[in-house]
Write a protein that binds this ligand. Structure first.
Ligand code: KIV
Ligand code: ZN
Length: 388
């Protein structure tokens, strides 16, 4: 029996912090509806104290969305918590996400505080938030670089204060996957009241390890993954939703973990987020990039045409992508060319294919990509010269 992993989407909060990606309320509601249709469990709608616009967006998303839990971010400060609780008042299911820095670096150089005071402030924030909503998630910012003993003491105290979810962020994307996984395992083994809460992980991508760290956290017992569509987010971004979901999907047998995501909506949601945030998706991006299911080298095309699984671990239809495409370039082989000609309604004998392929290579060396129009021109030229 597979265990459930909860998908906490923070595209509209951590993702939207990116310069140039800001969205207005109408755009945020459109994305929120797409995320609801996609099947996310928790939707972090914003940071209500940060601006009147963000406050309004959280209010409107709370009214428009019925299925996922709507979450608002706060610092461990009463006025933030009040703003979040007010903004969430219309939400059918609501959660406050409060927290504070937990590494010595954050405690001493950012907060100019001490470990004891930070623990007190975190506990007070959870208790205060509990007066306004039942569901309170606590984040231990920069947990990835925190002293583990202290982190465990802090987590035990906030759980005792009523937290329902504890979030262990690798805020700076510093950890190695196996080290991060061991930390999650240690926390789950050492914090005595951890079984009362859901353990969440929230990884950033500064070293390109966000998805690996998220999977390591889940394998070691975390059950909520904090992610964004297309991996958008501060600096190098957050863990990508589509990668996390498709890794769990593809390795279901081995990991026995599953999400509630309707995978066939992934590409559509990715396009929508990319367009509204004006943030193009790189062509070779896993799962949703325009080349994710395009085959262009001769060896790959030949293998793919014999059996799709030779070069594809995911069926493009499962993620709502166009069926795999055979891209004709100077690296393509005869098999791929024949396939595309057949699609255009042409069949040729082996001997006829020799001059067609030679002409194709000549043009392909000049042009980066050969399209159907080019193929028709090649056929015309070759058949004309053969008939002379
Ligand atoms: O990266 C981080 O630590 C965060 C927290 C606010 C959860 O975004
Ligand atoms: Zn973050």
């Amino acid at each position: 029996m597979n265990e459930r992993v909860y998908i906490f989407d923070t595209t509209l909060r951590d993702g939207e912090q990116v310069p140039g990606c800001q969205l207005d309320t109408v755009e945020k509601i459109e994305i929120a509806k797409a995320l609801e249709a996609l099947g996310v469990d928790v939707l972090e709608a914003g940071f209500p104290i940060s601006s009147p616009g963000d406050f309004r967006s959280v209010v409107e998303i709370s009214k428009a969305i019925r299925e996922p839990i709507i979450c608002g971010l706060t610092r461990a400060v009463e006025k933030d918590i009040d703003a979040a609780a007010d903004a969430l008042q219309y939400a059918k299911r609501k959660r406050i996400h409060t927290g504070i820095g937990s590494s010595d670096l954050h405690i001493y150089t950012k907060l100019k505080s001490t470990r004891d005071k930070v623990l007190e402030q975190g506990v007070a924030a959870v208790k205060y938030a509990k007066k306004r909503v039942e569901d309170v998630q606590f984040y231990a910012e920069d947990a990835g670089r925190a002293n583990l003993e202290y982190l465990c003491t802090l987590l035990e105290a906030v759980i005792e204060a009523g937290a329902t979810v504890v979030n262990i962020p690798d805020t700076t994307g510093y950890n190695l996957p196996w080290v991060f996984g061991e930390k999650i395992k240690y926390i789950i083994e050492q914090v005595p009241n951890i079984h009362k809460v859901t353990v969440a992980i929230h990884c950033h991508n500064d070293l390109g390890l966000a998805t690996s760290n998220t999977i390591a956290g889940l394998v070691n017992g975390a059950r909520q993954a904090e992610v964004t569509m297309n991996g958008v987010g501060e600096r190098a971004g957050n863990t990508s939703l589509e990668e996390t979901v498709m890794i769990l999907y593809s390795h279901k047998q081995h990991l026995s973990l599953e999400t509630n995501i309707r995978t066939e909506k992934l590409c559509h949601t990715s396009d929508l987020v990319s367009q509204l945030m004006k943030m193009p998706v790189q062509a070779n991006k896993a799962i949703v990039g325009r080349n994710a299911f395009a085959h262009s080298s001769g060896i790959h095309q030949d293998g793919f045409l014999k059996n799709r699984e030779n070069y594809e671990v995911i069926d493009p239809l499962v993620v709502g992508a166009q069926p795999a495409s055979i891209v004709l370039t100077a690296r393509s082989g005869k098999h791929a060319l024949l396939y595309r000609l057949e699609k255009l309604g042409y069949t040729f004998e082996k001997t006829e294919m020799i001059p067609i392929y030679e002409k194709f290579l000549e043009i392909a060396d000049k042009k980066k990509k050969i399209d159907d129009q080019d193929l028709l021109e090649i056929i015309r030229e070759v058949t004309e010269s053969l008939s002379k």
